[in-house]
Ligand binder design. Structure first.
Ligand SMILES: Nc1ncnc2c1ncn2[C@@H]1O[C@H](COP(=O)(O)OP(=O)(O)OP(=O)(O)O)[C@@H](O)[C@H]1O
Length: 466
C-alpha cells in the first residue's frame, strides 16, 4: 500500500521532492489499512513533512485504499550516542571522554546537504524569529530533571550576553530542549520586543549555508546572523561532517560573542560527546555553561500530563495520570502522544477519562511495551513499589524489607521475560541460578495463600504489562 502511495506521489511531485521527503519515510500500515504510521528521522523533517506532504499522502492513500486513511507521523529517534552520558544531571565535567568517531565520510563541501530540497524548502530566516509562542516557561513543567537547565535558561532570558554564554543544553529525544530554547526567546521578546532573536534548527542552518554559497549571498547571510542579540540553535549534532557549515557557524559564534550577544545551543549529547565536529568548535560549545535535561521522573510525568490535559480544557484524574505516567516512561513527546490518544478516545466515545478508558485508548502502545518488558524495568518498578533503591536489587544486603522485594522481582522476571534462571541471577548482582529458583518457587507458593501478596503482584503485573 505504501509503495503504491509513493508511486502515485511520484506522478504528482518533482522527483527530487519524492526522493528527499517521501521515500525516506518508513511506513507501517495498520492491519485493516485504516491507518498509516510514518517514521521520520527528526523533528525538523517531521514538521516539514506534516506541513507540506501529509495532506497529499492522505489523499493518495485514500485513493488506493478506497477508504479514508489516517496518517500519523512518529519520530524514529536516531541511535543514542555510543558513550554513556554523565549520570548526574547538571553541569557537565570537563574531562568526559570523546565517543568513538563515526567512520569518516569524504566531505566535498556541498555534499553537505544531500537532501537539500529543490522546490519546496523552508523560507530563509530573515526578519522572523521563528519562535513558537506556545513554548514558554509558563507551559514548561519544572522537575528535578530540568531544574538546572530551566534556571540557567531563565537567567539567560533575563540578562542575555552576560553569564552562561554560550548555554549548551543537552539531553535525549523529546525531553524539552526545544521547548526550553523557545521559552528563552519568547521571554526575551516579551521583555524587549525590539531584540533580534532567531531560533533555527541546525539542519536549517546547514541549508542556509548551502543556499548562500549557491547564490553567492554570504554577505547577507553574515549580516543576518552576526547582527542577532540572541541565537537559539537546536540539535547542533547535525553539524557533524559539515565542514563549511562548521566554519560559518564558528564565524557567527565568534562575532556574536564579541558583541555580547547570547548563543544557546541544544544537542543530544554533551559537547565532548559530539562526533565529527571540529575540536575548536567543541571547546567553544563547552566554554560557557553546559547543562543536562534528564528524563522526567514519575511525579514530573504525572504533573506534565495533568497540566497538558488542563491546557486542552480536559481533566485528567490523578489515578489515570499515574497509570499513564507509569506506562509511558520514555519521554515527554510520547507522553503527549498518549494524552492526545486518551482525550480523543474519550471525546469520540463520550466517556469520562478513566484507567479503563486509558488502557483501551493506549492498547497498541501498551502491547508493544508488553512485549518489551525487561528485567531492568521490573527491578525499577518493584523497587518503586516497595520504596527501596534500585541498587538494592543487585546488592548483597539481606534485611527482609529488601530481600523480599528482590525475590518478587526475580519471580516477575521469570514470569514476564524470556530470560533463563542464570541470566536473571546475573542481572541481580551476579547471583546463582539456584537463588533465583528458590525465590521463584517461594513467591509462587506464597502467592497461593497470601491474598495481600497476590494483590500486590497483580498490581505490579498490570503496571508492567500495561
Ligand atoms: N517539562 C515539560 N513541561 C511541559 N512540556 C514539556 C516538557 N518537556 C517537554 N515538553 C513537551 O514535550 C514535547 C517534546 O519536547 P521538545 O520538542 O522540546 O523536545 P526535544 O528535547 O527538543 O526533542 P528532540 O531532541 O527530538 O528535538 C514538546 O511538545 C514540549 O512542549
Amino acid at each position: 500500500m505504501w509503495s503504491a502511495c509513493v508511486e502515485r506521489l511520484s506522478q504528482e511531485l518533482p522527483v527530487q521532492q519524492v526522493n528527499t521527503w517521501i521515500r525516506p519515510l518508513v511506513a507501517r500500515v495498520a492491519d485493516d489499512g485504516s491507518r498509516v504510521t510514518l517514521a521520520v528521522a527528526n523533528r525538523f523533517k517531521m514538521d516539514w513533512v506534516r506541513a507540506q506532504y501529509v495532506g497529499k499522502i492522505g489523499a493518495a492513500l485514500q485513493a488506493i485504499a478506497g477508504q479514508p486513511v489516517a496518517v500519523e507521523l512518529v519520530l524514529a529517534p536516531r541511535e543514542a550516542p555510543s558513550a554513556p552520558r554523565p549520570s548526574t544531571p547538571g553541569v557537565a565535567g570537563g574531562a568526559v571522554p570523546r565517543v568513538a568517531v563515526a567512520p569518516a565520510r569524504t566531505d566535498p563541501v556541498f555534499a553537505e546537504l544531500p537532501e537539500a530540497p529543490a522546490a519546496a524548502e523552508p523560507p530563509l530566516p530573515d526578519h522572523k524569529h521563528r519562535l513558537n509562542p506556545a513554548l514558554t516557561f509558563a507551559t514548561l513543567v519544572e522537575g528535578s530533571a530540568n531544574r538546572m537547565a530551566r534556571a540557567a535558561a531563565m537567567h539567560v532570558a533575563a540578562s542575555p550576553g552576560q553569564l552562561y554564554n554560550p548555554l549548551f543544553i543537552y539531553g535525549g529525544v523529546g525531553l524539552g530542549k526545544t521547548h526550553l530554547v523557545h521559552a528563552i526567546g519568547n521571554q526575551l521578546l516579551a521583555d524587549r520586543p525590539d531584540a533580534k532573536v532567531l531560533y533555527i534548527h541546525a539542519e536549517q542552518f546547514v541549508s542556509d549555508v548551502v543556499k548562500s554559497y549557491q547564490r553567492k549571498t554570504f554577505d547577507a547571510f553574515k549580516q543576518r546572523y552576526h547582527s542577532l542579540d540572541l541565537l537559539l540553535i537546536d540539535d547542533v549534532q547535525f553539524f557533524a561532517n559539515k565542514d563549511r557549515t562548521q566554519e560559518e557557524f564558528f564565524n557567527a559564534f565568534e562575532a556574536l560573542l564579541a558583541k555580547k550577544s547570547h548563543i544557546v545551543m541544544t544537542s543530544d549529547t554533551y559537547p565532548k560527546g559530539l562526533t565529527d565536529i571540529h575540536e575548536r568548535l567543541v571547546s567553544r560549545f563547552d566554554s560557557g555553561l553546559t547543562v543536562a535535561i534528564e528524563p522526567p521522573e514519575l511525579e514530573m510525568r504525572v504533573a506534565i500530563l495533568i497540566s497538558k490535559a488542563q491546557a486542552e480544557g480536559a481533566t485528567m484524574p490523578e489515578d489515570v495520570a499515574f497509570f499513564v505516567a507509569k506506562n509511558v516512561r520514555s519521554n515527554v513527546r510520547e507522553l503527549e502522544g498518549a494524552l492526545r490518544k486518551i482525550l480523543a478516545y474519550s471525546r469520540f466515545n463520550q466517556k469520562e477519562v478513566s484507567i479503563a478508558l486509558a488502557r483501551e485508548a493506549l492498547k497498541d502502545l501498551l502491547s508493544i511495551q508488553n512485549r518489551q518488558i525487561s528485567v531492568e524495568n521490573i527491578q525499577k518498578t518493584v523497587a518503586d513499589f516497595y520504596k527501596i533503591k534500585v541498587a538494592d536489587m543487585y546488592s548483597k544486603k539481606r534485611p527482609a524489607n529488601i530481600a523480599r522485594p528482590r525475590q518478587i522481582a526475580m519471580y516477575l522476571a521469570k514470569e514476564l521475560t524470556q530470560k533463563s534462571l542464570p541470566e536473571i541471577g546475573e542481572l541481580f548482582g551476579g547471583r546463582d541460578h539456584t537463588t533465583v529458583l528458590h525465590a521463584v518457587r517461594k513467591i509462587a507458593a506464597e502467592r497461593q495463600n497470601q491474598p495481600e501478596l497476590n494483590q500486590q503482584l497483580h498490581v505490579l503485573e498490570q503496571t508492567l504489562k500495561g
